[in-house]
Design a protein around this ligand. Structure first.
Ligand SMILES: CC(=O)N[C@H]1[C@@H](OP(=O)(O)OP(=O)(O)OC[C@H]2O[C@@H](n3ccc(=O)[nH]c3=O)[C@H](O)[C@@H]2O)O[C@H](CO)[C@@H](O)[C@@H]1O
Ligand SMILES: C=C(OP(=O)(O)O)C(=O)O
Length: 418
């Protein structure tokens, strides 16, 4: 498979594209189908490598999947023959840990490989396990696997030590089929958690407080398969907006939920972009200006998302002045910096901060992607750079961006995969 993207940069992006469904919503929603009796129909499913991996994981357990013709999947999990998420699948996609809560809640047993560390940081799952133990699960970690058993889970009050997105999702899914009431405090309020919660409610779950840090769940005996339309991908949308801003361009993105991007849109405005929104569209015009530098501190929603940090490093790299980006969630999420510097950027990393002195222009260069958002930042930098950029190990980008070359070419970019 081709593993390199070649970009001829320096062209202003302009035009209209449609946002895809969100990776970080569709993955938990696919695991939530493990809770459902009958057929589930998931719509607005993006064509992503992670979705294929999740489908493989569900099929490995015995789920019956039919991929529809309109970005949709029909799933029936009534006849699982095993409850294992093997290492080979989990190591390529951490979201596989989301199978744990649903398997325990519906089948009383799960064997899920420990996700382990990945490039952006250690990413432990201790809080997932602590929450499930509080609900009565018997959990043993050995041979690299989480072995979990329970009779029926019991509702519990769980105060999360840290705000964790997939931790909240795992416990939320488990609590839906537990006996009695659960309360998750210091819960994550990311839009993707809310989308999962809405799906669970449609399935028959009793949940209050979605989108707040206190989620109350009354367990029910059964959940049924239903249809659900996955929410738009705010990180994909944000990435395209940054690309347009860096090239001085103007674009419209349709099928969005603009409110989910408040922190990102504010930073783009601070960088000098004109932003207009309607109920479901976002319009950005940079009026061919060079970006102003913007300081950023990543934090849980509604603050600035860590998944947009690398893209704003690229934007600040060509800004008219100096900026500081502080990464508070993941300890090793500046791997794009060395590669951006190969393109002429002037970025120094000190601890969890990147100090960025804007340069007038980046120049095309061969660079290597190290993770999903690092690869997005390099592609975006390549679009704004003078000359040709080759981004190697580009396969990471397919984890989270549907048809990225097609969408960028539609906006006037010159980008091909080789
Ligand atoms: C599939 C998915 O939705 N991935 C997103 C999810 O990842 P993910 O859910 O893995 O990230 P978390 O929200 O759990 O991580 C937040 C912080 O909590 C720590 N932590 C987390 C769990 C735990 O048991 N113990 C612990 O210490 C993590 O190391 C990190 O420092 O949220 C991240 C933060 O918005 C995003 O970057 C990822 O794109
Ligand atoms: C870190 C990310 O994803 P994951 O949690 O799936 O690795 C991301 O989407 O930027």
């Amino acid at each position: 498979m081709s593993n390199k993207i070649v970009i001829n940069g320096g062209r202003k992006l302009s035009g209209q594209i449609k946002a895809s469904g969100a990776k970080n919503a569709v993955l938990p929603i696919l695991t939530a189908t493990l809770l459902a009796e009958g057929n589930s129909h998931i719509q607005n499913v993006p064509h992503l490598h992670d979705v294929t991996t999740m489908n493989e994981l569900l099929a490995h357990m015995g789920a019956e999947l039919t991929v529809g013709a309109h970005s949709d999947i029909f799933i029936n999990t009534n006849h699982l023959h095993n409850h294992t998420a093997p290492y080979d699948i989990v190591r390529t996609m951490r979201a596989s840990i989301l199978a744990l809560g649903p398997l325990l809640a519906r089948y009383g047993q799960a064997k899920v490989s420990l996700p382990g560390g990945c490039q952006i940081g250690a990413r432990p799952v201790d809080l997932h396990l602590k929450g499930l133990k509080a609900m009565g699960a018997d959990i043993d970690v050995s041979d690299g696997y989480i072995h979990a058993h329970c009779q029926r889970l019991q509702g519990a009050r769980i105060i999360m030590d840290k705000v964790t997105v997939t931790g909240t999702e795992n416990i939320l899914m488990a609590a839906c089929l537990a006996r009695g009431e659960s309360l998750i405090e210091n819960a994550a309020i990311e839009p993707e958690v809310v989308d999962l919660g809405r799906y669970l409610i449609a399935m028959g779950a009793h949940i209050e407080g979605l989108g707040s840090s206190k989620i109350r769940i009354q367990g029910v005996d059964k959940l049924r398969g239903v249809a659900h339309h996955v929410l738009p991908d705010r990180i994909e949308i944000g990435s395209f907006l940054v690309a347009a801003a860096m090239t001085g361009g103007n674009i419209t993105i349709t099928h969005t939920q603009p409110d989910d991007l408040d922190a990102v849109l504010l930073k783009l405005t601070e960088a000098g972009a004109e932003i207009r929104t309607t109920e479901d569209q976002i319009y950005l015009d940079m009026h061919e200006k060079r970006p102003q530098p913007v300081d950023i501190r990543t934090a849980p929603h509604p603050a600035f998302p860590t998944d947009m940090q690398a893209q704003f490093c690229a934007l600040n790299a060509i800004a008219d002045g100096t900026s500081v980006i502080t990464e508070t969630l993941f300890e090793n999420r500046f791997m794009h910096v060395d590669e951006l510097n190969r393109m002429g950027a002037n970025i120094a990393v000190e601890g969890n901060q990147a100090i960025i002195t804007g340069v007038e222009k980046l120049s095309g260069a061969p660079v290597t992607a190290t993770d999903l958002r690092a690869s997005a930042s390099l592609v975006i930098a390549g679009l704004a750079a003078q000359g040709q950029t080759e981004v190697h190990d580009i396969h990471y980008i397919d984890r989270g961006y549907e048809a990225i070359e097609e969408k960028l070419n539609q906006l006037g970019a010159r980008i091909i995969r080789q």
